[in-house]
Design a protein. Structure first.
Length: 110
């Protein structure tokens, strides 16, 4: 069984702990720490899981919320041995469809 590491981004949870419900509330706190980001960048940072994150931004977030990186990132294992890709062959597709035909629609006046 192969294992792959996955992670969950918890910035939205940390914001909720501080009762910050809008992404715009994060901009002034980051700007005080020298991190200037556009509203669109902050929105993506909060609402999406980042694939890359600079250390100054991570350090500023930890300072803003008085937490550690472990409070912002939850790491877990993903079992990839039985993962479906949707590309498996089923066999002869025409044999599957031969027995299944749609029923003719019947329109009646009520």
């Amino acid at each position: 069984m192969k294992q792959k590491m996955g992670y969950r981004w918890l910035l939205r949870d940390r914001m909720a702990d501080h009762e910050w419900w809008k992404t715009t509330e994060l901009a002034p706190a980051l700007a005080e720490r020298g991190i200037v980001m556009s509203p669109a960048q902050i929105y993506r940072l909060v609402t999406h899981t980042p694939e890359r994150l600079s250390l100054p931004v991570l350090a500023a977030l930890c300072d803003v919320f008085d937490c550690t990186p472990n409070d912002l990132i939850e790491v877990h294992e993903i079992d990839v041995s039985r993962r479906s890709t949707g590309t498996e062959t089923v066999g002869d597709v025409t044999a599957i469809r031969a027995g299944t035909r749609p029923r003719r629609a019947r329109i009646t006046d009520t």
